[in-house]
Design a binder for this molecule. Structure first.
Ligand SMILES: CC(C)(COP(=O)(O)OP(=O)(O)OC[C@H]1O[C@@H](n2cnc3c(N)ncnc32)[C@H](O)[C@@H]1OP(=O)(O)O)[C@@H](O)C(=O)NCCC(=O)NCCS
Length: 206
């Protein structure tokens, strides 16, 4: 008699990281955090992505960008830290007030971890914190899009349950090449609220 083999995707367990991982929502940026954030951002850009920029930017340009993000009411900035140092970030973007038809859906953008801090599980933690925040604000859907060449990010998103619903053949231009992009969504459950299935009803088709 053959015995069915049970596979456990979480086995063998990974050893606990020797590093301290944390993610927080930032309303302000100290000088030290800003310096680390700009360094991490440029390192991610130089390695090939995470931002619309394809070339490393001056410190002044990056500072202007992040100070601007803190001022935009619809945007929230999340910082990822490895052993206390800022090594990555992401932005949660709420729909504008006039967009009543899509008031239940938020967007995740500009998510990256600097190359020197990858592989410790920080991106997964960052994604989960952004999702928790979006759900706590009442959002039922989190949307994101990514270049088709960002294979690490695609594995991350698909591993976290994001559903690819479309591809854009002319999504971005990088180094003189046109690159496709993939569009994803994930349904969120609002804590203490109705289930998302009940709130959204039957999802629309073609
Ligand atoms: C994608 C990215 C955010 C991952 O950061 P990270 O902190 O190294 O990711 P984590 O350690 O949290 O990995 C979580 C999971 O993501 C997947 N993953 C991450 N990097 C991967 C890679 N290079 N190849 C394949 N899978 C990868 C794995 O499933 C991994 O789980 P595992 O370690 O149990 O196998 C990082 O590589 C990055 O910033 N890339 C460039 C920016 C980018 O593409 N951003 C997305 C645009 S919105």
């Amino acid at each position: 008699m053959s015995v069915p083999v049970q596979t456990r995707p979480d086995w063998p367990p990974k050893p606990p990281s020797a590093h301290a991982l944390s993610v927080e929502r930032a309303d302000t940026l100290s000088d030290a955090d800003m310096a680390q954030l700009c360094e991490a951002t440029n390192a991610a850009i130089a390695e090939g992505g995470g931002f619309g920029w394809v070339e490393a930017q001056s410190r002044a340009t990056l500072e202007r960008h992040f100070r601007g993000v803190l001022l935009v009411p619809e945007r929230e900035l999340f910082l990822a830290r490895l052993d206390g140092e800022v090594v990555g970030s992401a932005q949660l973007v709420r729909p504008p007030r006039n967009n009543e038809a899509q008031a239940f859906a938020a967007q995740l953008s500009h998510a990256y971890i600097a190359p020197y801090a990858r592989g410790f599980g920080l991106a997964r933690l960052l994604m989960r914190r952004v999702e928790e925040r979006a759900a706590s604000l009442g959002f039922r859907v989190l949307n994101l899009d990514v270049r088709s060449t960002q294979t690490g990010a695609i594995s991350l998103f698909e591993g976290l349950g994001y559903v690819r619903w479309g591809a854009h053949p002319a999504y971005a231009r990088v180094d003189g090449q046109t690159v496709a992009g993939f569009f994803y969504y994930r349904l969120l459950e609002v804590p203490g609220g109705r289930s998302t299935e009940a709130a959204l009803g039957e999802l629309g088709g073609d």
